[in-house]
Design a protein around this ligand. Structure first.
Ligand SMILES: [Zn+2]
Length: 333
């Protein structure tokens, strides 16, 4: 990886609210999404790729809402054609943009395959899930070259509640009417289901063995903790919740289940249900729910939301216990 070039300054719009939503909108072009939101009375103020210290970044779209709120949308998690999807460089570029733009809350929607030991009695394609946790991934790192490169030993970052609990309540209420309209089967919250996002370690889907490992873990934990909600895994994206916490961004993450994970049904059925949900079922619901969320949800309180209280400063002696602390303390950032 090239060294970051910090002579580059942010050239995009500023906003407290953003969306990075990817696969739920893959059946709509960038132009289609912009047009759908402008039809609600939003003013499109910006739409260009933005340079970052980590290389040329993704398109950043700026909107001014009728009530005056500013919103950013970065298509498809910041993915760029021809580059590794949600790879570390992609994540660095998009999070640097969010940080420089002053984003405090963002939505991330993903389509996932489900691995639920309860089979058809559990989570199914057609369900909306507000996830409880995630599996850590090698791409969940900090921003190289900045004070947010890594938190230890200056701070403890706890990940007991990695997605914003307050935004999850708002999203639950906005998705529920779509269940009544038949666009989604049901909405699962973390109180009913411990759903963990799992981002694959390679460049395509999981093997059947990968999924069987998760099936065994999910089934065992569910059996060992009968008084707590069942554990299931959702396979697809899990956009760096660690870096969001460093940067003080509340993340409203939602999962739309499109298929059973590899090995849990015939591959042809995975292809068929994925394609149907991606193209025909979810996009209209997502465009409406995201717009309503960005128009109406309020910023969670810093003093009480776990998104901000989970990052706690350590005593200074932890830093002084490590080689190089004198040089580090004089860096000036
Ligand atoms: Zn929060």
């Amino acid at each position: 990886m090239a060294e970051p070039d910090f002579s580059i300054t942010y050239a995009g719009p500023r906003a407290e609210w953003a969306s990075l939503t990817g696969s739920p909108l893959w059946a709509r072009s960038i132009e289609d999404v912009v047009a759908a939101w402008c039809a609600r009375g939003w003013q499109h103020t910006f739409g260009e790729r933005v340079p970052t210290p980590y290389g040329l970044g993704p398109e950043v779209h700026g909107f001014t809402l009728p009530e005056g709120r500013m919103v950013l949308w970065v298509p498809s998690y910041g993915d760029i054609q021809g580059q590794e999807p949600v790879g570390h460089e992609t994540v660095e570029r998009v999070f640097w943009i969010l940080w420089q733009a002053g984003v405090r809350a963002m939505l991330v929607g993903g389509n996932h395959g489900v691995c639920d030991p309860r089979g058809e009695g559990g989570v199914q394609p057609g369900d909306v899930v507000l996830p409880w946790s995630f599996r850590t991934h090698r791409h969940h790192r900090g921003l190289r070259g900045t004070e947010w490169a890594n938190p230890w030993p200056q701070a403890n970052l706890f990940l007991d509640d990695p997605f914003c609990p307050e935004l999850a309540v708002g999203l639950r209420d906005l998705f529920q009417p779509w269940v009544e309209r038949g666009a989604a089967r049901r909405v699962w919250t973390a109180a009913e289901l411990r759903a963990a996002l799992v981002q694959v370690e390679t460049i395509t889907f999981e093997t059947e063995f990968d999924i069987l490992q998760h099936l065994a873990t999910n089934e065992t934990v569910t059996r060992l903790q009968p008084d707590r909600p069942p554990v299931v895994t959702l396979h697809g994206d899990a956009i760096n919740p660690v870096l969001a916490r460093f940067l003080g961004i509340h993340v409203g993450y939602y999962s739309l289940v499109c298929n059973y994970a590899a090995g849990l049904c015939p591959p042809e059925r995975i292809h068929d249900t994925m394609t149907t949900y991606y193209r025909e079922v979810y996009p209209e619901m997502v465009l409406a729910v995201e717009a309503e969320a960005l128009e109406t949800l309020e910023l969670p309180a810093a003093e009480t939301c776990r998104c901000e209280t989970s990052l706690q400063r350590n005593p200074d002696e932890f830093s002084r216990a490590m080689s190089g602390w004198q040089e580090w303390s004089q860096r000036g950032d």
